[in-house]
Design a protein around this ligand. Structure first.
Ligand code: ATP
Ligand code: MG
Length: 159
């Protein structure tokens, strides 16, 4: 069905903002004030945003800033989730989307999780016809990017 992507993103970020007060994580939203509608499965797209933002929160330091952005292109949008966390060493980057893969076993164990979040995220992006990738600076932070194809034209609410 038709999903309003911007509403969906605000909805997921709002939820994290309300539940993560104690870690002092700050969210920055760079989202256009438009209706961007895509054909997809709303629950799965919520889970996708959830998995991406929960990682950013989990691997952020106290007081870290998480920037969620959406950029329009002609046929697709590109969404990025950027954090100021520990980062991922270059040699581990190719494996982070593998099922059950976790970078630093000791660190990851103390933070909890199964290593499935990104594998599920990749699957959801791909069934929607998009792709997902990551860039990271060890010690500086990580940015996950994913693209999703949009339906027809993007409608501007102010026109
Ligand atoms: P789950 O999502 O199943 O609860 P998880 O978060 O460990 O567990 P993934 O979301 O699949 O699993 O992430 C895989 C691994 O990639 C993580 O264990 C972590 O080592 C690394 N990782 C993922 N996101 C980040 C991030 N934003 N910053 C640093 N490392 C990350
Ligand atoms: Mg995860």
């Amino acid at each position: 069905s038709e999903v309003n992507l911007i509403n969906l993103m605000h909805h997921v970020i709002d939820r994290f903002e309300m539940s993560n007060k104690q870690e002092n994580i700050q969210f920055k939203r760079k989202l256009p004030d438009e209706i961007i509608s895509i054909t997809g499965d709303r629950d799965k797209l919520v889970q996708l945003m959830d998995n991406m933002i929960s990682n950013a929160v989990k691997y952020s330091p106290e007081g870290g800033v998480i920037t969620v952005a959406l950029k329009k292109e002609k046929q697709r949008v590109i969404i990025s989730v950027k954090d100021e966390g520990v980062g991922i060493p270059k040699e581990n980057l190719p494996h982070v989307f593998d099922r059950f893969y976790r970078v630093d076993k000791a660190r990851s164990r103390s933070l909890g999780g199964t290593g499935l979040g990104l594998a599920i995220a990749k699957e959801i992006v791909e069934i929607h016809g998009g792709s997902i990738w990551v860039s990271s600076d060890w010690g500086k932070g990580t940015t996950f990017w994913f693209s999703l194809p949009v339906n027809g034209e993007v409608v501007n609410t102010h026109d």
